[in-house]
Design a protein. Structure first.
Length: 195
């Protein structure tokens, strides 16, 4: 199989690549993730996933590989976008806003086929419901450090699962890579993968 560059440092995405048995290398794409005004959360997730891929394309230019994958996750509460928290205080504010509420998680995955010069990007929407959170619970969770580097300041596959009463949609997308859509993209783009 052909190696794919993963334009992300996310350990969760790496775990999914390993689960699929995909050979890959990691090249985190350090882009400005500030939300553009006038874009929906769904559009923002797609824009960022594509920007990550394009950054790798731009960086490698003449040594362009056949396959590059980028992904991004955006949390939205009442249209307000939450990316990765800047610091502990920001994470605490996000958790207070999420507590006792339903929110949407948009995860986009972009796959670049260097042989064909094509880009496929698909976005998945899921809904997560948090139980109400006390200040003690928020402080306990912040002390774990799990909030660092993740959209919405929580990891659904970690201790935050204690606070989540229900989800509707794709668990893998909430974690960071919509597996059904990603597998379909590989298949549809002609990636030499036997499953």
């Amino acid at each position: 199989m052909e190696s794919i560059i993963l334009a992300s440092g996310s350990l969760r995405r790496q775990e999914y690549f390993r689960l699929l048995g995909l050979p890959f290398s990691i090249m985190p794409s350090l882009i400005d993730e500030s939300p553009e005004k006038g874009r929906t959360p769904e559009e923002l997730a797609g824009d960022l996933a594509v920007k990550k891929v394009k950054k790798v394309v731009e960086t490698l230019k003449d040594r362009l590989p056949a396959w590059i994958c980028g992904a991004d996750t955006i949390i939205s509460v009442d249209g307000e976008v939450y990316g990765k928290p800047k610091d502990r205080e920001d994470a605490g504010n996000m958790l207070r806003r999420l507590g006792g509420r339903e929110h949407e998680v948009f995860t986009a995955v972009a796959l670049y086929n260097g042989k064909a010069g094509t880009m496929d990007c698909r976005t998945v929407s899921s809904t997560v419901v948090f139980a109400g959170l006390s200040e003690n619970e928020i402080e306990w969770y912040l002390n774990t450090g799990e909030w660092q580097g993740v959209a919405g300041a929580y990891r659904i596959q970690g201790l935050a699962s204690c606070f989540i009463s229900s989800i509707k949609g794709s668990f893998s997308a909430i974690v960071g890579l919509p597996m059904y859509e990603f597998y379909a993209m590989l298949r549809d783009s002609g990636y030499p993968y036997g499953g």
